[in-house]
Design a protein around this ligand. Sequence first.
Ligand code: SAH
Ligand code: CA
Length: 257
Amino acid sequence: MAAATSDAAAAATNESSGGEQKTRHSEVGHKSLLKSDDLYQYILETSVYPREHECMKELREVTAKHPWNLMTTSADEGQFLNLLLKLIGAKKTMEIGVYTGYSLLATALAIPDDGTILAMDINRENYELGLPSIEKAGVAHKIDFREGPALPLLDQLLEEDANHGAFDFVFVDADKDNYLNYHERLLRLVKVGGLVGYDNTLWNGSVVLPADAPMRKYIRYYRDFVLELNKALAADHRVEICQLPVGDGITLCRRVK
Ligand code: SAH
Ligand code: CA
């Protein structure tokens, strides 16, 4: 436990006290909670990059030049989402938190040609940065992008009975302090047997740090909300859950009632 905790501390603060290995690990700490960088690189190079759609690669490279690129979905998580959506046969989907659209494109490529994604973000500019790659992939027609905070949009959706239980899949990847508010609404919008994926539920490894450990400001700010979410999901019998150490942690919730 001690080693895991200090790794998480190094990742969360970007300190390099533990020598080369930890320094390198801290750089990708946001993207991988694996034991070493080498294992993560191995996965990317062996199984992910060789199979990555060329437009996903292009979007990833465009995003890499953007100052907030830390927020992007990692390539391995994109591959996971793409396969997951095909496995569950998702057709009507939603995404909260688009940024430049890497997870959005992974979703758009996975659903059928008449599938839909209701995509929400407060920032349209970043979405438009990735849009040319989405268009090139021939899947832009599946996306209905709405600019604005997601919570009022969800409430608007709930006003119409036709939207109740209508969604097969929702990917939640925006403001972590609202996840539990999203959850209450999404449980009414997703169908019974449908899936909601909450992203970043290991929050850069900070979930196992003591409260007084050094952390980057934004990590510290959202940490309590992530801890609260994880507890609440584990206690919520309206859903079956599975928390996976993919990317920064994703918790899948299947609505059962
Ligand atoms: N899924 C994206 C990453 C999302 S990053 C990818 O694969 O790259 C988080 C996004 O949430 C940011 O683009 C931010 O603008 C957006 N966001 C923050 N608060 C929001 C809110 N209240 N409603 C909708 N989007 C929000
Ligand atoms: Ca994320």
